[in-house]
Write a protein that binds this ligand. Structure first.
Ligand SMILES: O=C([O-])CC(=O)C(=O)O
Ligand SMILES: [Mg+2]
Length: 235
């Protein structure tokens, strides 16, 4: 076993360069849809890039693409320095990021709420994706900030759950997420695009979107499904 190689692979990756600015990339992703991105990843043999189906937007219209700022935590009853630690994490969130919470499968606490939304928005955060819970939901919704989560609860995480670290590789369901990866959520859930593929996948997803316009036109024109398929269309 090559432990050094394993440590290097698992450690903090230097984010791969992108040929276009991150904000432009993310805005272009948001104009596509997750199913198109999913189909592109499927063509590359990447069948498992979708977060568990229970992680859905608080509101159907919410969509967000951003650069993953990962947070890892688990159930934990200790309180020592928890708030200071949380403050440090919030102060490291960068512009254009989406906070991604790996909660080790928590089913009890809220890892996100009103004031964390306010604080992260001020740092240019684009949204939060939580494999756990959200509270103060009405106040989060008033802030027009996209949040994807498994459940809502009034349980604050303080004294129930705490962070282990942030900006480290995380795993939600079967999906590995590295800081810097591109995460994209819409009404169909959340998909993770490895950073090194992000631009290539975007171009192909934009192509899928255009192509589907032509397919939809065939259906509108009255072609039968068989005729649509014969002309190279799909469903
Ligand atoms: O501690 C929490 O659960 C988060 C919270 O209420 C907030 O951000 O307003
Ligand atoms: Mg609160």
């Amino acid at each position: 076993m090559d432990l050094e190689q394993l440590k290097a692979d698992r450690g903090k990756k230097v984010p791969a360069p992108l040929p276009i600015p991150e904000d432009v990339l993310c805005e272009r992703y948001e104009r596509t849809f997750t199913a198109a991105v999913n189909d592109v990843l499927r063509e590359r043999g990447l069948l498992g890039q979708v977060l568990p189906a229970g992680i859905m937007p608080l509101r159907d219209h919410m969509r967000v693409c951003g650069i993953a700022f990962t947070v890892k935590g688990s159930k934990n009853l200790t309180l020592e320095s928890e708030m200071e630690q949380r403050a440090r994490m919030l102060e490291e969130i960068g512009t254009g990021s989406v906070v991604v919470w790996d909660t080790s499968g928590d089913d009890e606490s809220a890892q996100w709420g009103e004031i964390m939304t306010m604080a992260s928005k001020r740092r240019g955060c684009r949204g939060a994706i939580v494999d756990g819970g959200v509270r103060d939901t009405d106040k989060v919704l008033e802030q027009d900030f996209p949040v994807f989560c498994k459940y809502r609860t009034s349980n604050g995480m303080l004294g129930r759950f705490r962070m282990i670290g942030w900006q480290q590789p995380v795993q939600i369901g079967g999906v590995f997420i590295y800081p810097g990866d591109v995460v994209f959520g819409d009404i169909d859930g959340v998909i993770v695009v490895p950073r090194e593929l992000a631009y290539e996948v975007l171009l192909k997803a934009e192509h899928v979107k255009e192509n589907e316009k032509a397919i939809k036109q065939m259906v509108l024109d009255g072609l039968t499904p068989t005729e649509v398929v014969r002309k190279g269309g799909y469903f």
